[in-house]
Write a protein that binds this ligand. Sequence first.
Ligand code: NAP
Length: 479
Amino acid sequence: MIAEHQHLVGQGAELVELRLDYLAGDIRFRELLENRPGPVIVTCRRDSDGGKFSGSEESRLSILRMAVAEGVEYIDIEEDVAEQIPRFGNTKRIVSLHDFRKTPPDLAEIHARMSTLDADIIKLATLANTPADNIRMLDMVKKAKIPTVGICMGEIGTPSRVLAGKFGAPFTYATFHAERSLAPGQLSFTEMRDVYHYDDIQADTDVYAVIGDPIAHSHSPLVHNAAFRKLDMNAVYLPMRIRHEQLEAFLSDAPQMGLRGLSITIPHKEAVAKMLTQVDRVIAGIGAANTLLFSASGMVGYNTDSRAAIDSLESRLPEREDALEDRTVLILGAGGAAKAVTYSLLNRGAKVIVTSRTDERAQKLADHLSCRTVSWKSRHGVEPSILINCTPVGMHPNVDDTPFDRHYLKPSMTVLDTVYNPENTLLIKEARSQGCVTVTGTEMFVRQAALQFRLFTGVEPPEKTMRETLRNSVGAVNV
Ligand code: NAP
């Protein structure tokens, strides 16, 4: 614990919580506290509040009293024992309450009750079951007269941890290491510092997010936050896990959290397109949105996947306006990405043929956008000029899979794989070895993110930084 404390202070941590309930055996207070490199919160959590302390309640309270006697900077005392640990010396009192099942409906009353317990700081940590729990918690933090750290636990609650400071919390909690989470949904100290730049988040910081379910593995927060950082912008971008049934309520509450824009990913692209107050021509054609802006006139949607796919392809084709005209393009897959790509290819005059593992899905897409289909098992007979993979086949961890047999890849073909993790999928590697022109999913991903960034901020995106960040990140994932 001493070594880890020193390490964290070296990393820039200004306040470190010592969880004494994680220490086995007798606690050697002098050794632990005497030469401490920075201020500490001493916490000794019992089992019922998510801690590890297994001794008697009396011995737990006596450990806490001893810490106060040693003059620690902060002591964490649960609401029900706060009166049994008297104020002493300069030690500040954090009066805390945990609820691992829910975020109670009466947060304001609970806070008022805790305010009577001679608290310097009030801490509330409760499980978020809906995105609205974050909003209620942060609203309570903002209105509190006594400095309050209010955070929601669980994956749904992660935004409240990052945005705590924006709403006036004196600090937030992060873990020593990503693999050492003490509570669900916690981020590591380095993520807080290097990805979200917690210390730079202020009341007027603009908030953006990617919404999806699942969302934990999204690369968008890394890429967008790196772009904000590069341009020194007062903005932060978060991952938000939103379940399908929570989507509508979330969209109506989102501006209260300071949200100005969203990236939308699986499975919400189509549902969001139906909820927009303003749609552009592309969304009307595709029926799916991957970008949403909250504006005075309501929710405005865009689809940057569509344009990004075309731009990525055109960057590798001869520089002519009609480079795609009359080209035969075979699209593998018939989901959201396939729809977005097909729509813009048809607009450029390409001859699009869609094939999907589920024939009916390909047929539905083809009926909607007016193009041809072939059955999945006949896909190798098409001999397209351009082949685009819009299925997840080949994505990490199934990196040895490919959706198209290499024997049918011809040197005259251009191959775009929308899968970006890994960058060099088996399809891309085999296409390269057959002499095809290749376009990777990272290229498309960076372009769709850069287009979003421009829509979000009106500022020219730092594409090089975004590309490098994504490459480093997908590289790291595949090591
Ligand atoms: P989606 O709506 O779920 O559609 C997936 C399509 O792939 C469906 O047609 C599905 O067929 C098919 N598929 C799934 N597993 C398959 C398998 N094992 N074999 C054959 N076909 C299979 O997903 P989406 O939003 O279109 O995304 C598809 C891919 O595009 C993802 O890998 C995503 O990462 C990528 N993407 C990349 C970017 C980028 O910027 N690079 C942007 C958007 C999407 P069934 O109907 O039979 O399940």
